[in-house]
Each structure stands twice: as C-alpha cells, then as structure tokens.
Design a protein around this ligand. Structure first.
Ligand SMILES: [Zn+2]
Length: 89
C-alpha cells in the first residue's frame, strides 16, 4: 500500500541521531522532541508518495542535497530549546 510521508522528518531524525552524542545540549526526551519539532518548523516539508524501496533511494539523495540546511536548522533549534527549555514543567 502506498502512503504519503514527509521525508524531511526522517532526514532530520536520522541526522540528529547521527550527531546526537557530539551535541552539547540537554539529552532528555522532552528536549529531543522539542529540537526535532523546532528543526522541522524551519524546513520546507517534502512529501512523497512511494513504495518503501523507492523511498529509501530518494532519502539517500535528499540527505546529501539537504545536509547543510538540516545541520544548520538543528543548530538553531538546539540554541532555541536550550535558551527556553521546557523540561522543568
Ligand atoms: Zn531537557
């Protein structure tokens, strides 16, 4: 069955996982989710409808294409979340 999917979401989560251990920020689940949401809000969503194999191939291309943009958005998001962490409430 085909379904729609925002590949940007996968790209951001993959990239964050890749650099997570090197980041100097709070590592709690709340902050992680805030960082992901905040990063995605800065990105243009990219919806595709495709089968799994196809999707995987496109992800590979897209991650190279958007790498810099994604890393920059993650850095912005970490700055914003670190300045206003919500994990205290
Ligand atoms: Zn936190």
């Amino acid at each position: 069955m085909e379904k729609y999917h925002n590949v940007m979401e996968t790209l951001v989560v993959n990239k964050l996982d890749e650099i997570w251990d090197t980041l100097d920020c709070c590592k709690c689940d709340k902050c992680r989710n805030d960082i992901i949401a905040c990063t995605l809000n800065q990105m243009v969503p990219k919806y595709v409808v495709s089968h799994e194999g196809e999707l995987y191939a496109r992800l590979y291309l897209l991650s190279a294409e958007h790498e810099f943009e994604i890393v920059k958005a993650i850095a912005n998001a970490i700055k914003m979340v670190s300045e206003h962490p919500k994990h205290y409430v």
